[in-house]
Design a protein around this ligand. Structure first.
Ligand code: SF4
Length: 471
């Protein structure tokens, strides 16, 4: 029997208790005018940058979706029907992909990653459990910008999907109908952000009532999106709690050199300020795939947190997000490149890191969104923006075609098509194209995490996993 192994895998988040695969959909893709035509662009109604026109905003990181980079692109998103159809097609294809993977690729995975028979059996049995579902994370710059955001959530729930909404939360302040619609049929999880405000400031904002939060929010510069969304997120979380809406509230906390020194205090304060909420910390990632956002000086503090997360997960410490395989991947990178700190800083920034195009089966948290094609058509004749399988962090991966209704074909693309796409990008271009990232949601579970690891990291990863997990 593999009950013990299965229990360990689920308890430590190496496998998800309810979900066998996922979809992250960038719902906020629009068309942007570029030389030669129009190109997809992920639009947000926030601007998270460090400076605008040489003037510091107060923000500590730069996000490509910031509206200051949109050059007045109109906010014309794909309609609800198209967005739901793309999601439904990928969700159905996940079942096909699972079958293909376990028949054709699972044995090779077990061999490369030295998975003992009992553990292999536990992974296979757990992931094929009929109770497991597909999760969709409605995402993008700010999916609440879509007029039909709550309708899209309702449609996805009706399809039997587990739905997360990852959004800054501004609309909770301004649209009472939206609040009622969300409260009447909420997503299973509301994920908000909190990453650029210190614990003392957080305590001060959290002590305010809703009207006070809104009043102070109005005084923030529109170019300081990081600060705006801290107020918006706390407002949305407090409102949903006051209304007793039944859903999990998660605060995504990007760990960066600017907050690493007070991270523990920040995480503890967040979950204290919104009782019953969870904090989800993960390392900042570079958008340009060239410059590390981690400094050599900040790496020791980051490693101390990684080790604490590993030990906390194993001990069942409350308040630690359980995803042991992800933490072990980070710890093994610290060991592998202990005397190559520049390489380690790059890995932690998502450069030369986890890559779902390396092996079949790593792309189990599929992504719907933009590609990089330039389309030469009059604006009115352009197809709906978005709807391509690809990667938010590496838009060059985005496939040319829109997601269609052929379940078998999409299933094969999820398993082997993205590997071919990665090979094409790595070999066929004169310019090297980066295909990796380090996002825990996309790395998902033990299987997809391991299948995306760089080959040079695998031996140290296996030794680290054996040390902490016994296999
Ligand atoms: S709110 Fe999020 S998506 Fe929007 S600009 Fe800021 S970091 Fe980017």
């Amino acid at each position: 029997m593999n009950t013990t192994e299965r229990e360990f895998l689920v308890r430590t988040g190496m496998l998800n208790a309810n979900v066998y695969a996922g979809i992250q959909s960038d719902d906020c893709v629009v068309w942007k005018r570029v030389p030669g035509g129009y190109q997809n662009f992920s639009l947000c109604n926030h601007s998270c940058v460090k400076d605008v026109g040489g003037k510091a905003t107060g923000g500590n990181y730069v996000c490509d979706a910031s509206f200051v980079f949109a050059e007045k692109s109109p906010a014309r998103f794909a309609p609800r029907e198209a967005i739901v159809k793309w999601t439904r097609n990928v969700a159905r294809a996940h079942a096909v992909a699972r079958e293909i993977f376990f028949v054709q690729h699972f044995n090779a995975y077990c061999e490369e990653f030295r998975i003992p028979a009992g553990w292999a059996d536990a992974i296979k049995t757990e992931l094929n459990s009929p109770d497991k579902k597909v999760e969709v994370n409605r995402f993008g710059g700010s999916p609440e910008m879509l007029r039909e955001c709550s309708g899209i959530i309702a449609d996805c729930k009706a399809e039997g999907l587990i739905v997360n909404l990852t959004t800054p939360g501004r609309r909770f302040m301004s649209d009472s109908q939206f609040v009622s619609d969300i409260a009447a049929n909420p997503p299973q999880m509301l994920a908000l952000s909190f990453d650029d405000v210190g614990p003392e400031e957080l305590k001060r904002i959290a002590a305010m009532d809703l009207e006070q939060i809104k009043a102070e929010w109005r005084t923030i510069s529109p170019h300081h999106g990081q600060r705006q969304k801290a107020y918006e997120g706390l407002y949305a979380a407090k409102l949903m709690r006051q209304m007793n809406v039944s859903m999990k509230i998660l605060f995504n906390v990007v760990i960066h050199p600017g907050n690493i020194g007070h991270l523990d205090d920040l995480l503890a304060t967040l979950t204290e300020c919104v009782p019953g909420s969870f904090a989800n910390p993960y390392p900042a990632q570079s958008f340009d795939n060239e410059t590390s956002c981690w400094t050599l000086e900040s790496l020791p503090a980051l490693r101390a947190h990684i080790r604490r997360f590993i030990e906390g997960t194993l001990a069942g410490t409350p308040g630690i997000t359980r995803r042991l395989a992800y933490y072990i991947a980070l710890e093994s990178a610290c060991r592998r490149w202990s005397s190559a700190q520049e390489r380690l800083a790059a890995f932690m920034s998502g450069i030369g890191a986890w890559d779902f195009t390396l092996r079949s089966g790593a792309y189990r948290y599929a992504q719907i969104g933009k590609n990089m094609d330039i389309v030469e058509l009059p604006f009115g004749n352009l197809p709906f923006p978005g709807g391509h399988l690809g990667c938010f962090w590496n838009p060059a991966i985005g496939l040319r075609q829109h997601i269609n209704g052929n379940t078998e074909e999409i299933g094969e693309t999820l398993v082997t098509g993205m590997v071919k796409r990665g090979e094409e990008l790595r070999k066929g271009k004169l310019v090297y194209v980066q295909t990796s990232n380090i996002m825990p949601r996309l790395m998902f579970d033990v299987l997809s995490t391991e299948l995306g690891l760089p080959r040079t990291l695998v031996p140290v990863y296996i030794r680290t996993r054996e040390e902490y997990c016994g296999f």
